[in-house]
Write a protein that binds this ligand. Structure first.
Ligand SMILES: Nc1ncnc2c1ncn2[C@@H]1O[C@H](COP(=O)(O)OP(=O)(O)OP(=O)(O)O)[C@@H](O)[C@H]1O
Ligand SMILES: [Mg+2]
Length: 329
């Protein structure tokens, strides 16, 4: 999505945690840009570096290499100024103050940015309504469920109309209806106010429904990047490996070439023919060609993509079940 200019610019971000067990490379040369009006999702299994990315942008940790800027401001050189452009919900952290009401939270966070109550009145009402907090806006949040507290944290992140909002696992503890309301708020705000919203989540459904673009992280690197749709398509196709008794002739390889993702892998067992097919019935055509060439099939395997492994990992961690996600082969 080329909706606006890059207002978050991450280049070569590298973070090494140095613990007692030795150095741990949490992010390796991570680069991406975020534009105004865009909602960007980060998906990845536990420990893939999602929170580390958010914390680096939010100036909460020092990174080892690379550059990060927010609205053109280098977060290392001018952390205070960079922070002034950010709203954030941080993972697991106490994002809310127990003895304050949602209303007081909004006044407090606006006050930190020098805004008077009159200036945020309308937006506060809008936020509380949109997130379903209007009825409890004068109750202390210590009486709230986790999900309700999370909603207050999200409201605080948006109250001052920051150009950049970072949300680390914002749907944690939210029911479906609330997640839906939050999604509408995020999408409308990004669109109407040109906000760049960066969201990490294990909830694939949420990410899919709210993000224009998704980065899939694995071990601190970007494994895949694309629209949710392109990633889903990628996921819905399977890689088939066919091993033959005899080596195929050149003419046959030419005939197989048009099949999607066709390639040959050579190892000590001989040649394997690989195809990534969306529609398994395409295999019949492949078999027919092999048969007409008089070749004998030794084995057929369905390989899982690295990407699929990540989704299975995410699902194991308790993400939303996604009906199209199934292990085969
Ligand atoms: N303060 C720390 N000290 C040492 N290692 C850390 C620290 N914080 C994170 N790590 C390690 O860095 C890696 C990335 O962690 P990070 O929290 O960014 O992952 P994540 O993708 O947010 O995971 P999750 O899905 O569990 O929230 C992990 O291997 C983690 O153990
Ligand atoms: Mg995390």
């Amino acid at each position: 999505m080329e909706k606006g200019r890059a207002i978050v610019d991450v280049r070569g971000l590298t973070k090494i945690y140095r613990g007692r067990k030795g150095p741990l490379s949490a992010l390796q040369d991570l680069s991406f840009q975020g534009r105004g009006g865009e909602v960007l999702g980060i998906l990845g299994p536990n420990g893939s570096g999602k929170t580390t990315t958010i914390k680096s942008i939010a100036t909460l940790i020092e990174f080892d290499a690379g550059e990060v800027s927010v609205m053109g401001v280098d977060v290392k050189k001018q952390p205070r100024k960079a922070r002034s452009y950010l709203g954030a919900v941080l993972e697991g952290a106490r994002n809310v103050y127990w003895r304050l009401t949602p209303w007081e939270h909004l006044l407090f966070f606006a006050g930190l940015r020098g805004l008077m109550p009159g200036e945020i009145l309308e937006r506060a009402k809008d936020l509380l309504d949109s997130l379903g907090l209007a009825e409890v806006s004068h109750k202390q949040v210590r009486f709230f469920s986790k999900g309700m507290q999370q909603k207050v944290a999200v409201a605080c992140a948006f109250i001052t109309k920051p150009p950049v909002v970072l949300l680390d696992e914002p749907t944690l503890g939210l029911d479906v209806e609330t997640a839906r309301k939050m999604r509408s708020w995020i999408l409308e705000t990004a669109r109407d106010e040109g906000t760049f919203v960066l969201i990490t989540s294990h909830d694939m459904k949420f990410i899919e429904s709210v993000c224009h673009r998704v980065l899939v992280l694995k071990e601190g690197r970007v494994l895949r990047e694309g629209t949710p749709e392109s990633l889903r398509n990628l996921f819905s196709q399977k890689v088939y490996r066919i091993v033959l008794e005899e080596d195929p002739q050149e003419w046959l390889l030419t005939l197989l070439q048009p099949f999607p993702g066709f390639r040959i892998e050579r190892d000590e067992r001989g040649d394997s023919l690989l195809f990534s097919l969306k529609d398994p019935s395409e295999l019949y055509k492949v078999f027919a060609l092999l048969q007409s060439a008089g070749l004998t099939l030794r084995s057929l395997d369905i390989l899982s993509d690295d990407f699929e492994e990540i989704f299975l990992d995410i699902l194991k961690d308790g993400g939303c079940p996604e009906p199209t996600v199934r292990r085969e082969g």
